[in-house]
Design a protein around this ligand. Sequence first.
Ligand code: KG4
Length: 325
Amino acid sequence: AVAIIENGKLLSNIVSTQIEVHRKYGGVMPEIASRLHAENIGVVLKEALDTANVKLEEIDAFAVTRGPGLIGALHVGLQAAKTLAMLYKKPLIPVHHLAGHIYANEYVQELKFPLLAVVVSGGNSELVLMKNHLDFEVIGETRDDAIGECYDKVARVLGLPYPGGIPIDKLAKEGEHTYELPIPLKGEKTLDFSYSGLKTNVINLVHNLEQKGEQVNVPNMCKSFQDVAVGLVIDRTVKAVKEYGVNQVLLAGGVSANSYLRSEIKTAMEKLNVQIDIPPMWCCTDNAAMIAKVAEHLFERKVFASLDLGADPNWSIQDWDKFEN
Ligand code: KG4
C-alpha cells in the first residue's frame, strides 16, 4: 500500500490486496505475501503518484512501516523506501504499524488525551493508553493469539472463507447463542486478553459434534463464539476506562470492522459517558494512509532513520522511537 499526504490532506491511498490469493490456503502464506509485495510495490507506487498528480522529486520525506508484521513483506517496503530516500536525498521515517492503526482515527476525529486505544487486529490485541501524541503505554495485551487470528482459525474449522472475521460477523446475525464456551481469564484481575483457549474450545466442540455425527449449526456457533470474543474486549475496555479515567476511547485495527464490536463498544462507552470514536471502514484494515498520518507527526519532530534501518517483526509500540540496528 502507498499513500501520499500533504498537510494532513490525503492526496492518494492505494492498496493492492492479496486476499483472493491467500484465501485458497485459508490464511496468509508468508512466502507468497513477500513475493506479491515485491511484484506489486512498483505499480502501487506509480498509481499513488499518478492519482495524487505528484512527482517523486516533490516528496519531502519517505515513511515506511518497520514493524511489527511479516518480515518478508516488511523488507520489501523498507528497501523501496530506503532506495527512494537515498535517491532523492530525503529523510526516511520509520513508522510503527499499530501507531498507524490508532492514528487512522485522526482522519475523522481529533485525538483527546488521555485516551485509550483498543487495538484489535489479525496480529495484535492491545489496550494502549496515550497521555499525549506519540506517547504509548501498553496497559493490556494478549497472552497468546490475537483476536483476528482467532476469528480466522474458527472460520476455517467452520468451513468459512478467509478472512474469517467477515463471514462470522455476518452469520452471527442469523444465529443464537446456543453453544457454551468458557470465558477466557475469567475472574482474573487483569487487562490482558487470551484467545488461544477459546479457539481450541471451538475446534474441539466442532470435532466432537462431527464425531457424534451431529451437524454443527454454523450461525449459532458464530454467534456463541462472537459473544465471547467481543465480550472480552468490552470487559477489558470498561475496566481500563474505569481504572484510568480517559477522555476518549478509540477503536483501531482490522477487527474494528466488526459490526457487533462497533455497536457493543458504543453502548458500553455511552453508559460510562466516555467519548467513543470508531474509524470508518476504509481505514480499519491495513492501508498506507494510516502510516502517512503518523509520519506527519514524526516528520514534525524530525524522527528520522539512517539508511541501515532494519525491519523488526516484533517491535513494541512503546519503543516506537527506538529503531537503531
Ligand atoms: O488490521 P488487519 O487488516 O491486519 C493486521 O492484522 O494487521 O486485520 C485483519 C484481521 C483479520 O484477522 C480479519 O479476520 C479481521 O481483521 N476482520 C474482522 C472483520 N473484518 C476483518 N474480524 C471481525 N469482524 C470483521 N467484520
